[in-house]
Write a protein that binds this ligand. Structure first.
Ligand SMILES: CC/C=C\C/C=C\C/C=C\C/C=C/C(=O)SCCNC(=O)CCNC(=O)[C@H](O)C(C)(C)COP(=O)(O)OP(=O)(O)OC[C@H]1O[C@@H](n2cnc3c(N)ncnc32)[C@H](O)[C@@H]1OP(=O)(O)O
Length: 281
């Protein structure tokens, strides 16, 4: 009951204090009463994860870790897109120095979100392909609004999702389901995602999704915070360590992959397809 009241208060727009608007592409709002922080991505039109959005996400996660928030809810300011995943323009005909900084920042941001000491939940209020799905599956709980899609579609772009994308996916889905979906590059509708367990709940609106995420975070109200966070970290330690140990190699593999002419050709065709779709409408 207490949890439900807390989450209602949060969703009803009860007393809210804007703790930070420092970052250009993210905002953090901490509810005074519940202590839960809402981290909103705001990079129109599709929250493409470019270097700057990844930097802002990391600094917002750090801020939430530092201000003793009771939990983190990740969402988007767009009414139809949670995140379109990695900004393909960071990988298409890239400046290699920037590309290096981009991938290193993606690693850094993922380590911070997946390894966050506070309870995390994603209010998925729009489409969530590839890197968007990575963000959602790195959280501990997912609530999604109907009529959108989520999944790791990398193979559809001729790419291979790195091992740590798979780790986050596998922390949510059974191996058989995850392997098949990754090989197919499958995008799940909200209803399909619920059926396989890729999301935990559905909600009819962003507000309801945030309310349900807050209710999840509320389930830890009576649990010792240190015991909870150390338990979470033990569960995730092997996945985190695997990337920490292999960061340099992972970066080099990525740089090698994006510098392949065949990949560049494929990305060019994919981008063209996205643009043609816009012109048709
Ligand atoms: C060890 C490692 C070794 C090797 C690994 C190597 C490589 C693997 C690396 C990384 C894995 C990749 C991860 C990714 O995240 S790749 C990105 C995948 N994302 C997608 O495929 C999504 C594509 N977008 C869409 O499907 C739709 O845009 C979407 C459903 C999200 C929204 O549809 P809507 O109709 O609302 O908008 P659009 O008109 O399609 O788009 C508006 C505008 O935005 C541009 N756009 C969309 N998505 C992206 C993107 N991901 N990056 C850049 N730009 C994007 C789109 O072209 C439109 O642009 P414009 O015409 O200029 O307005």
């Amino acid at each position: 009951m207490l949890h439900t009241n807390l989450s209602r208060l949060l969703a009803s727009g009860g007393p809210k204090r804007l703790i930070s608007t420092v970052n250009k592409l993210t905002t953090v709002e901490v509810n005074d009463k519940t202590g839960i922080a809402i981290l909103t991505m705001n990079r129109p039109p599709v929250n493409g994860l470019n270097l700057e959005l990844l930097q802002d996400l990391k600094s917002s996660i750090d801020e939430i870790e530092g201000n003793k928030s009771r939990g983190l809810i990740l969402t988007s300011s767009s009414p139809t897109i949670f995140s379109a995943g990695l900004d393909i323009l960071e990988m298409y005909k890239p400046d290699m120095d920037r590309c290096r900084a981009f991938w290193s920042q993606l690693q850094e941001t993922w380590l911070a979100l997946y390894g966050s000491s506070v309870p995390t939940a994603a209010a998925i209020n729009g489409h969530s392909p590839a890197g968007g799905c990575l963000l959602a599956t790195s959280c501990e709980y997912r609530v999604m609004v109907p009529k959108f899609t989520i999944g790791l579609n990398e193979t559809q772009l001729g790419m291979i999702a790195p091992q740590w994308f798979m780790s986050a996916f596998l922390s949510v889905l059974p191996q058989r389901e995850a392997e098949r979906a990754l090989n197919q590059g499958r995008m799940f509708t909200t209803e399909e995602a619920l059926r396989v367990g890729l999301i935990d709940e559905t909600a009819n609106s962003k507000e309801e999704a945030i309310e349900k995420c807050a209710a999840f975070i509320g389930t830890f109200a009576k649990v010792n915070p240190l015991a909870r966070s150390l338990t979470k970290q033990q569960f995730r330690a092997a996945d985190l360590q695997q990337l920490k140990n292999g960061r340099k190699e992972d970066l080099e593999k990525f740089l090698f992959t994006v510098s392949q002419p065949a990949l560049q050709k494929g990305l060019g065709i994919y981008l063209e397809g996205l643009k043609k779709k816009v012109k048709k409408q």
